[in-house]
Write a protein that binds this ligand. Structure first.
Ligand code: M6R
Length: 364
């Protein structure tokens, strides 16, 4: 049941800390802080190329995975939504491997892509939440997300669990390829293991996001901006807001603004920015400043280090804990999902069963 929560989605949002912790426990040794992966159907040290495919939020988790795996392990990664991949007949690398990401393990397009990739000679690894699912059975190996049943149509805890698995994979791949010193690995896993505590603190202080939701709820259109591994989280924020509040939202890479979307900037279009301190901070901040200079109302998620610079022009600055940039996508996923939830509650939509949507899309 929903316990004391109003909606399954609210309950599931509050499960982020436990789910991230439980999932990491499967793949990170707490004592040594080393990633320990089960046997894989391919050798990460030798694999020439990976294909990541999925649908919806699971695909967005896969996109973050691409940034992590390419950045840390230096394996070329192709990422595409399953409904495109399966019909565009992509050339597949000899000896290549594929990652399928799915909560249900039953999504029709992802399952069809799995079959196509297998037939094309790729070794397949499924990141799934349901162990008895078709994808778990048909892939060469599966890694489980330990999210428990997810009832709300909007994916929440399954998404951060997918990210937790993909981050562990990127670290494991990087080590297998001799690209990660043990101290560096310990630093990254320590950053991951701190996330449940940070997530719990974020969820405890519900007021900040509720206040932001008051600003966003009257809007007809909303823009979400981020760069690097936060660009997919901008897409996730926009997807979740569309899905449950029926507000039109777009996620963009911040650097793409001046190539079109900046024409939308108007006081009626809130700009939600994901802009923590780190190597991309200055670039993102300057894109946001341009939006503010054109009358945009910038509402930025950052940390204590990034806040002073953003306060000079942003209407709202929300400080999240300061984390290693590697784990920032997992941390930022939580407030953007919470924002969508609170906006939907204000709008009185059917949060757990949004119109026209099904939890598991088993037809294409
Ligand atoms: O079960 P799956 O993870 O394969 O589902 C994929 C998408 O249908 C799913 O993530 C969908 O986009 C969610 N409703 C997003 O919140």
């Amino acid at each position: 049941g929903k316990g004391n929560y109003r909606h399954f989605m609210e309950k599931e949002l509050h499960e982020h800390p436990v789910v991230i912790g439980e999932t990491l426990r499967q793949y990170v040794e707490p004592a040594t802080r080393a990633v320990a992966l089960p046997p894989l159907p391919f050798d990460p040290a030798a694999v020439p190329r990976l294909t990541v495919t999925a649908c919806g939020s699971a695909f967005l988790a896969g996109l973050v995975g691409r940034y992590w795996i390419e950045g840390l392990a230096r394996i070329p990664v192709e990422a595409d939504i399953a409904s495109e991949l399966r019909y565009r007949d992509p050339p597949l690398a000899e000896g290549g491997a594929a990652l399928l990401v799915s909560q249900s393990g039953e999504t029709a397009d992802t399952l069809a892509a799995l079959r196509l990739l297998k037939a094309g000679g790729q070794r397949t690894l499924a990141v799934v939440n349901v162990d008895e699912s078709s994808m778990a059975r048909e892939s060469d190996a599966r890694l489980l997300t330990v999210a428990g049943p997810e009832i709300g149509v909007a994916s929440t805890k399954a998404f951060t669990a997918q990210l937790s698995v993909l981050a562990s994979l990127a670290i494991g791949f990087a080590r297998a390829r001799g690209r990660l010193a043990p101290e560096e690995e310990a630093r990254l896993t320590a950053a991951l293991l701190e996330l449940p505590g940070h997530a719990a603190a974020l969820l405890e202080d519900g007021r900040t996001i509720q206040a932001l939701a008051q600003e966003v709820a009257p809007a007809r259109d909303v823009l979400f901006l981020g760069r690097g591994n936060l660009y997919p989280i901008a897409l996730e924020g926009a997807l979740k807001l569309k899905e449950i509040s029926y507000i039109h939202a777009e996620g963009y890479a911040a650097g793409e603004m001046k190539h079109g979307p900046i024409a939308l900037i108007d006081p009626a279009v809130p700009v939600i920015a994901l802009c923590p301190s780190g190597p991309l901070f200055e670039k993102t901040a300057s894109n946001l400043q341009e939006a503010a200079a054109r009358g945009g109302r910038v509402m930025a998620f950052t940390d204590a280090e990034g806040a002073p610079a953003l306060r000079r022009f942003a209407e709202r600055v929300i400080e999240l804990p300061r984390v290693d940039p590697f784990v920032a996508p997992i941390l930022h996923a939580i407030p953007v999902q919470l924002l969508a939830y609170h906006v939907a509650v204000l709008k009185g939509t059917d949060v757990d069963q949004p119109r026209n949507l099904a939890k598991s899309v088993t037809v294409e």
